[in-house]
Design a protein around this ligand. Sequence first.
Ligand SMILES: [Zn+2]
Ligand SMILES: [Zn+2]
Ligand SMILES: [Zn+2]
Ligand SMILES: [Zn+2]
Ligand SMILES: [Zn+2]
Length: 433
Amino acid sequence: METISALIDFHLNEKSSPTRIWRVSATSISGRGLFAVRDIQPGEIIFREKPLLIGPTAGKDSSLNICSVCYRPCENNECVCPRGCSLPVCELCLDSKQHLLECNLYKSWQPAHPQKVMRANLRALVWIRGLLLNETQKHLVNVLQANVDPAYQREMLAAASNFHNFPSAASATYEFLFKVVCVLNTNAFEALQQNENAEISLRGLYPLSGIMNHECTPNTCHYFEPGNVMVVKSAKFIPQGTEITTTYTKILWSNLSRRVFLNMTKQFVCSCSRCLDPTENGSYISALLCRKNDCLGWIIPQDGNVLLSDWRCIKCGTIYDSKHISRAQDFTLRIFNGKTSSGSVKDILDFIREKAARICPPTSQFIIELKLHAIWKMTKTNEKFSDLDIKDAIQYCKDILFVLDKLHAGECILKSLLEDEIRKFSGLLLTPK
Ligand SMILES: [Zn+2]
Ligand SMILES: [Zn+2]
Ligand SMILES: [Zn+2]
Ligand SMILES: [Zn+2]
Ligand SMILES: [Zn+2]
């Protein structure tokens, strides 16, 4: 514990001080965690952290025309480095120290397509940057948790195939890079950078934040400041000595979605208080409708924290196995996804008003997420809305706030966003047409 604490101090570039309100300690469940040194009030900033490593996510549908140093969209469409490293870089960053280091490293491996931005090479930048860390920083990477999964090599192989001279699989360099990839896949956060007219998704390794353990409704929330600085804030009162937690999933995900995701990406089954309660604090966010003889009662898990639990109708008592539930959930998801991807806001509103309640309970994740989708879309479109539409949107905000409250989400980011929207929508109702 001492080693990691010292390495974290180095990474934060600060000494442990009496004003620091957290400490790293051993936990029984997952090795280590972050704990409150004193009582923490809701809304207090717990810490700010710069990324140890960060780089473009370069997901399959994202633009490759973003500078690999400042992450801004390039002005012209051709922003590959003229020196032949295959990285996209803007004119302002072309001669930066950072790009020169990365440019030389990439060129030393002989890009197969030096004048073309290759998605795999851009996505690889975040872990290739591991090679440019100093010894103390590398040591920190080495002591972070890492699930070693051979499947993680896929993104390495994809990048390697774009170079004539990538480090060989037997080399110490390759071994270290694989370690970085595993650490990233285990710990990385998605950091969104807001540019003037584009939001860029980045993968960031934040070692201190990564030490926080998961809870399905955590006691903190986070956001990003310029420079990709992560700010972790308490969402509720955290008594002295309590573990400080984050969520690796989304607060509004259902029990099954969370369990499948955590099992797949983090290889554990959550047993937080919310998971142990099949009603999820009475929110019934995971409930589905019982179709037996048109019962339409609500089906919920029998055992909240068992991966393949049976589910049970609370009205007629029918038991459903997990396969049936997965199918029912996938089926529902497809219907709702169809609505979100196509359809105007008006279509979505009509769907929520007339059809959604026949497909799943009003408390369900699917209806909540569709309402959320409708709210964000209403704020971004030029469509005209009637007072009735706006009143409904306000009601949807309130419905979601009600669920967040049931889940004890506290002062989370989503709550303040929804409260803002209620104010904006209410303003629209008052403006004369
Ligand atoms: Zn730039
Ligand atoms: Zn270059
Ligand atoms: Zn070629
Ligand atoms: Zn949980
Ligand atoms: Zn039933």
